[in-house]
Design a protein around this ligand. Structure first.
Ligand code: FE2
Ligand code: FE2
Length: 306
């Protein structure tokens, strides 16, 4: 990862020590109201039904200890994903302040950077310690995308597609969380995420021309992103594998069948397609459609794709 990439996504930024004076200023700037919040390290925020593990035979037959381990990993993955998305959000919004073309746009992105900073600080309190960035296909791709200076590409992918998808994701996480404080926090995030998304949609609709280069890069970025949705819940599969030991291809396929991966992916792809309609140029949507990018993989295709 080069240094420019680091500074925008923030994925490899170090933390200051707890006794660093910067921490005190940060605490006062964040005006934390519930700083007493204490989260037990083993807390589960979502149960097995949320992940669909109640339908997975291998999970049901595993010892209580192994089930707990898989659930811990799956829970941690979800929380850490929010952490990294918000971390990237701070860098993205700050970059957009610099790329703004009107005073109002600059004000909005400045306010949005503060929203993401507050989301990041809030979600960090639910994690036992700030996560360390590990290679991840989705996040790694997003980090490299943030390096682009093509504003149409950035707005399409981050504000229209990712934040649009994020609103749905946060709503589902909030409505199904076992933890009332986290559920309330995520519901609050939604209010600002919908404004971030709305600005992206408004801006994209104001563009009447795209260079061929932009069209090509938007198409290519969307194919990467859609592919990661097409292949289904790979992270959950990995969590199961860490808990139970290495799985054969056939066992992966069986688990993906039980998780109903094709329906799972198709529902998400349908949502993504609806976010693109009316904002992303029609020629791009049409090409994606023709090349089958809105169709989820079957358990068989997905299980053999690893
Ligand atoms: Fe956010
Ligand atoms: Fe956002």
């Amino acid at each position: 990862m080069n240094s420019k990439l680091q500074s925008i996504s923030g994925f490899n930024l170090p933390h200051v020590e707890l006794d660093n004076p910067t921490q005190r200023i940060l605490t006062s700037a964040l005006k934390k109201t519930d700083r007493e919040l204490y989260i037990e390290p083993e807390t589960l925020f979502w149960n097995e039904t949320y992940f669909g593990l109640n339908k997975v035979k291998f999970f049901q037959e595993a010892t209580a200890q192994k089930q707990q381990k898989i659930l811990q990993i799956a829970n941690r993955d979800l929380l850490e994903e929010i952490y990294w998305l918000e971390q990237a959000g701070v860098g993205y919004m700050a970059k957009m302040v610099a790329l703004s073309e009107t005073c109002e746009e600059r004000l909005l992105y400045g306010l949005f950077a503060a929203d993401e900073a507050s989301h990041l600080a809030t979600i960090t309190r639910f994690l036992p310690h700030p996560p360390v960035f590990k290679e991840d296909a989705f996040l790694g791709y997003m980090a490299s995308l943030l390096n682009s200076s093509d504003k149409q590409l950035l707005i399409t992918l981050v504000q229209v597609v990712l934040e649009g998808w994020g609103m749905n994701h946060y709503r589902s996480l909030a409505n199904n969380s076992l933890h009332i404080s986290l559920s309330n926090v995520l519901k609050k995030f939604l209010e600002s995420e919908s404004r971030h998304h709305a600005l992206g949609v408004t801006q994209l609709r104001s563009y009447d021309t795209y260079s061929q280069e932009s069209l090509n890069s938007i198409f290519s970025a969307l194919t990467h992103f859609l592919y990661m949705v097409q292949i289904g819940p790979q992270r959950l599969l990995k969590a199961i594998e860490i808990g139970l030991g290495e799985l054969s291809i056939q066992n992966r396929v069986t688990i993906l069948e039980e998780l109903d991966t094709e329906t799972y992916s198709n529902t998400r792809l349908k949502l993504l397609r609806s976010l693109m309609i009316g904002t992303v140029p029609n020629s791009i949507i049409q090409s994606l459609e023709e090349q089958g990018f809105f169709k989820g993989y079957s358990a068989n295709q997905s299980g053999k794709n690893l």
